[in-house]
Design a protein around this ligand. Structure first.
Ligand code: HEM
Length: 486
């Protein structure tokens, strides 16, 4: 495990060398954290083509690319049996650090550059204070249908992005302004808030003398620790499909050359645009919802109850991350991602492969593993494999055998993930000790956290449904595509 941490982590420049402002290193790259960092510098402006010296002078129309290569024709399920609990975990977890500041442009961001649980507690102290109850360290929550849920914006004045037609009684106030978008995000937001309050109860028994502030601050550190533990041992374990058991052991890096600081790169963000993972529909207790029915409807979770909603997500297969599998509500995001890559003057897909020690593709067939897609891609890019753009390559690349993604996502994502996860301050020798987490009891919560416990301890019901990032086997057997491989 130590080798994985070290080798993967060392692929990432720390401190970063580039951002999107210049094609060379500047002091600003280090000091101006409102920029995303870059794994590769932008193509210099005076180059003959948008990709440097390769490819056409004018790149193909982004809309044509998404219509030709990305639009979902028929839902393709993910072949390892991943479910919607996984899809929403990916989206919820990563939105704490993928935060493009679209007003300033795609090179800018408004986050803290790492795993900082800001998606639970808010982007700054002001939001955090609004979310707090200031009693026993807990977050403010309300009871509806016999369960605890986040507060409404009308009661807790947090700026959220709800379209005007969303009624006041379903505008919930959450740690991330966009988490009202989908019930699956609301599910995770609620579960983590419940977990925070549960941890506060545990800590209060241990430390009856502690005031609200100390309970809150310590519970927040426990939640951060639990998050990383679950991400490494449940989430990355599932998505990597390694036979090898991944473990979260920060002590393995003590004394090694490792920086406890992190910067999110624009390329990591684009690479993580995993919209094809979103299925076409969701069945919850016998009611089927399309993606459209889900948009800005957090109340669906409350209506069915947390337990039934979670059960529905566990049984719903995720989509495969591949070509022709973006649903219609995310197709515009794919188009914008390609356009942003152009604004940011990304180098070509093959250049990124080289940056991460992968051989560049020589043919379209080799890249896609599919003759028809290879032909479509070749037509779009004038037969020049070197002209394929970063996000397009990410989406059309053939998946590795027994894997959810192609080699580029795996070899870029691995280093950025390892580096990001192990750079949290709690992973340092100075933090990683019982006293940080309120004693052995809190430290133990962190060290034994699992996805299953996260849900089962917060559903408020004695019978916990199966909790996993894979659908139970009976769902795979009835797969429409006939693909029964798990
Ligand atoms: C129906 C489901 C989804 C919808 C409607 C949706 C919608 C959006 C929208 C509107 C944006 C802003 C993009 C722009 O303006 O260019 C966005 C960004 C993004 N989405 Fe999704 N998304 C969905 C699912 C997912 C999933 C499953 C993931 C998986 C991780 C994901 C990852 C991202 C990322 C990383 C960003 C960039 C965020 C940022 O930089 O601020 N999305 N999405």
């Amino acid at each position: 495990m130590k080798r994985i941490y070290l080798i993967r982590g060392a692929m990432v420049d720390s401190p970063p060398l580039f951002n999107s402002e210049h094609d060379y290193t500047t002091y600003d790259v280090y000091s101006n954290t409102s920029y995303f960092a870059r794994a590769l510098p932008p193509v210099p402006r005076d180059c003959p083509t948008p990709l440097g010296v390769v490819g056409p002078k004018e790149l193909p129309d982004a809309n044509l690319i998404v219509q030709t290569l990305m639009k979902r024709t028929q839902f393709k399920p993910e072949t390892m049996g991943s479910n919607a609990l996984f899809t929403f975990f990916a989206q919820h977890f990563t939105h704490q650090f993928f935060k493009t500041d679209f007003r300033r442009g795609p090179g800018f961001q408004w986050g803290g550059h790492g795993v900082d649980v800001s998606h639970v507690y808010g982007k700054d102290k002001h939001v955090e204070n609004l979310l707090r109850s200031f009693t026993d360290g807990k977050l403010k929550m309300q009871t509806m249908n016999g369960e605890t849920w986040p507060m409404l914006v009308k009661d807790v004045d947090i700026q959220m992005t709800y379209p005007p037609n969303v009624p006041e009684e379903i505008r919930f106030a959450l740690g991330h302004k966009d988490f009202g978008l989908l019930p699956g995000l609301f599910m995770y937001a609620t579960i983590w808030m419940r977990e925070h309050n549960r941890v506060c109860d545990v800590l209060k028994v241990e430390h009856p003398e502690w005031d609200d502030e100390r309970l809150f601050q310590t519970a927040k550190l426990v939640i951060l620790g639990e998050t990383i533990k679950i991400v490494v041992e449940d989430y990355v374990q599932h998505l990597s499909n390694y036979n090898f058991k991944l473990t979260f052991k920060p002590e393995l890096l003590f004394g090694e050359a490792h920086q406890y600081s992190n910067r999110i790169t624009a390329e990591f963000n684009h690479m993580y645009h995993w919209h094809p993972l979103m299925p076409e529909e969701f069945n919850i207790s016998g009611t089927t919802y399309g993606v459209k029915d889900f948009l800005f409807r957090p109340d669906i979770v409350i209506k069915h109850g947390m337990r039934n909603f979670v059960d529905g997500m566990v049984h719903q297969r995720a989509g495969a991350f591949t070509h022709h599998n973006h649903n219609q509500y995310t197709l515009h995001v794919a188009k914008e991602t390609i356009e942003h890559g152009r604004t940011l003057r990304y180098q070509s897909f093959n250049q990124y492969r080289k940056r991460f020690s992968l051989p560049p593709y020589k043919t379209f067939e080799d890249l896609t593993g599919d003759e028809e897609v290879a032909l479509q891609l070749s037509e779009l890019y004038g037969g020049d494999i070197e002209a394929v753009e970063f996000y397009v390559g990410i989406v059309v690349e053939k998946t590795r055998p027994k894997a959810m993604f192609g080699s580029t996502v795996i070899e870029l994502g691995g280093p950025f993930s390892v580096k990001g996860l192990l750079s949290a301050p709690i992973c340092s020798r100075q933090y990683w000790r019982p006293s940080t987490f309120g004693g052995e009891v809190g430290f133990d919560i962190v060290k034994t956290a699992t996805l299953e416990k996260l849900f089962c301890q917060n559903l408020g019901e004695s019978d916990c449904p199966t909790i996993a990032f894979k659908v139970p086997s009976e769902v795979v057997d009835t797969d429409l595509t006939g693909n029964t491989e798990l």
